[in-house]
Design a protein around this ligand. Sequence first.
Ligand code: MRU
Length: 365
Amino acid sequence: MNINGRHWRTIGLDEGGRSVWVIDQTLLPHRFETRPLTSLDQAAAAISTMVVRGAPLIGVTGAYGLMLALQHDPSDQALAAAFEQLNATRPTAVNLRWALERVRDRVAPLPPAERAEAAKAEAGAIAEEDVAMGSAIGDHGLAIFQQLAAARPPERQGEPLNVLTHCNAGWLATVDWGTALAPIYKAHRAGMAIHVWVDETRPRNQGASLTAFELGREGVPHTVIVDNAGGHLMQHGQVDAVIVGTDRTTRRGDVCNKIGTYLKALAAFDNNVPFYVALPASTIDWTIDDGVAEIPIEARSAREVTHIQGLLGEGEIGSLQLTPSGSAGFNPAFDVTPARLVTALITERGVAAASEAGLRGLYGG
Ligand code: MRU
């Protein structure tokens, strides 16, 4: 997507193809910098400290992390240890395990000397597929947005479609396009009038920092709101649809996404606002039924609750304490929205009901 007129992806190979570069998302929106990842440890740290984040991008970074590990030591033991180290960095997004398993299964049967190159090819393939899936999700979501716009009463025809989103499920969370934001980009590029309510998404503010940054660079009209404003806007008819991403989708269509998503789904349900979840196949965990009971929820540092990061002035990025010294903080990073609150799942294969039958209808099995 666009940064100052140049097309960017979030991750790529350096010249020579032996190391990886990523956009450092901890500095956005205030500074746009890339940083190299040259070792397994650097790749693992980039995921756990959220230099890279978003379920699909975590997966691609993990895949390249295995390549970096195998360049150093292509043995069976090193492969297994690298898999475990990367898989432990963030527990909730299933894309990470999916991508690591895919690379491991591709390289494990090969002679050790061939493994690093094969890992590179597989990681590259995962990245390319991610871009294609984001674009296809965008096309399917655009069709829904067009239907919603057309179904509005005559006095509202021509007004922008008001879409609310939570966290960042845009191109920064993937390799390009994004999941939940892909239909918004497709709509904007197709000339459709669209306006996005951007939940700030405490505690790390991925909405206020990353989604607002992305939408601004693409010229999409948007307004940042505090997380608690969504229900009020829905009660007053100011939200036509909610669209979010997911870090893990169960076989029966429960979706696990950034903390606070569930509350938005409840408010949408109560106000008859359609609630869509956009996802690529790599986010489906076919081994799990009940998201609330079975999905591991990452607990991050309480410091993300007690402190807030921002621009302190003169280009300096730092953090401020919000809470009284000594107050405890608790920071569950994700929550689960039950399938019954989801209007539909928007995938790269089309739109499905949030149910096992819906998902099987698209993916078989
Ligand atoms: O903690 P993060 O920033 O990695 O969480 C990201 C999200 O919750 C996204 O909504 C999710 O990964 C879906 S993204 C395409």
